[in-house]
Design a protein around this ligand. Structure first.
Ligand code: FUB
Length: 331
């Protein structure tokens, strides 16, 4: 059974999606994608998600359900990223060891391959200055970075179908177009990689984020109710690592728990049941002594997939550390 909980739309005046949320120096910041009414085609490659800039939002008070939201405007524009051609998708921002803020973002390069860019700012609200080239060896979409307590930073990324992850094996591009593993093979995993000390490159080869079922077996391709699709996020709760993600074509946000940042992670359940709209995406953050789920849906645009709106609601744990499932549809 899913809980029906109080939810709030954060910014009714503008369409935004894919919220990455962090608390920096006691204040809550939201780093979304910025949807707009693009005429790009609705094809199998996600071209309709044609975003061309990023805004930063901040919560101007203690309560995500009621406090004012401030829009800090355009903090990074596609036209200022020398290597990028189109589609600024889900980004994430962390505060680095030098006190500066690092934004990691996917965009398609001039050959229409998704890469990961880095942009840097002295302030959590930007503006962010892009590096001239994407991260060496980067690929696919939906970067989310965990600043772990040991001082290391781990990036989680990847998305299948339009996110292009199926094109890579052992971090090398395969000459396969859109081929997928057989149905009874382990599902295509997301990736995790430790960042370099200067925050600008990978410190190692990306590794697979292995998702196991309750019997310790890898979740299979055909298990599309539970397999990874896109929208990685990792948070820590009581010393455990919670890897959460979207199941894509079954439209759920699910999670799995592990003992370290690399996993493996054991599947535990659904965080959010399907919302209005094809995509579902989220972040989970502790703020003001409570836990919060930030996500999006397409209800305000009356179901237009490319026009999504940001939402927040409280997230609760059971005593055993599992997460209570939230109903995605409102009354
Ligand atoms: O916003 C574009 C894409 O849609 C994101 O990268 C995916 O996670 C999905 O929300």
């Amino acid at each position: 059974m899913a809980d029906k909980v109080k939810k709030r739309y954060l910014l009714p005046a503008d369409y935004m999606a894919d919220p990455s949320v962090h608390v920096f120096d006691g204040k809550l910041y939201i780093y979304p994608s910025h949807d707009w009414e693009s005429a790009a085609p609705d094809d199998d490659f996600g071209s309709e998600y044609d975003m061309k800039d990023y805004h930063v939002l901040s919560l101007e008070g203690p309560d995500p359900l009621t406090s004012p939201i401030k829009d800090h405007g355009n903090v990074l524009d596609l036209k200022d990223v020398p290597w990028a051609r189109r589609q600024l998708w889900d980004n994430d921002v962390v505060k680095g060891p030098d006190g500066r803020y690092y934004m990691y973002f996917p965009a398609k390069d001039k050959t229409d391959i998704f890469r990961c860019g880095v942009a840097v700012s002295d302030s959590p609200v930007g503006p962010f200055k892009p590096m001239p080239d994407p991260i060496r060896g980067s690929y696919s979409i939906d970067m989310a970075v965990l600043a772990d307590e040991d001082g290391e930073y781990y990036m989680y990324f990847g998305g299948i179908w339009g996110g292009q992850l199926q094109r890579y094996e052992d971090n090398l591009a395969k000459d396969c177009g859109t081929s997928y593993p057989a149905d009874d093979a382990p599902a295509i995993p997301g990736r995790v990689v430790r960042l370099s000390k200067d925050m600008l490159q990978f410190a190692e080869e990306p590794k697979p984020v292995v998702l196991l079922d309750e019997n310790g077996n890898p979740i299979q391709v055909k298990d599309n109710e539970r397999r990874f699709f896109e929208a990685s996020w990792v948070h820590k709760y009581k010393g455990k690592y919670y890897f959460s993600y979207s199941t894509g074509d079954t439209h759920k946000l699910c999670y799995a728990i592990g003992d370290n940042p690399y996993g493996p992670f054991t599947y535990k359940g659904v965080i959010l049941t399907p919302v209005v709209g094809w995509t579902t995406h989220h972040s989970i953050v502790e703020f003001g002594g409570k836990w919060w789920l930030f996500h999006h849906d397409s209800a305000p645009s009356k179901g237009i997939n490319r026009l999504r709106s940001l939402k927040v609601c409280e997230l609760k744990y059971n005593p055993d550390g599992t997460i209570r499932t939230i109903e995605g549809l409102d009354e």
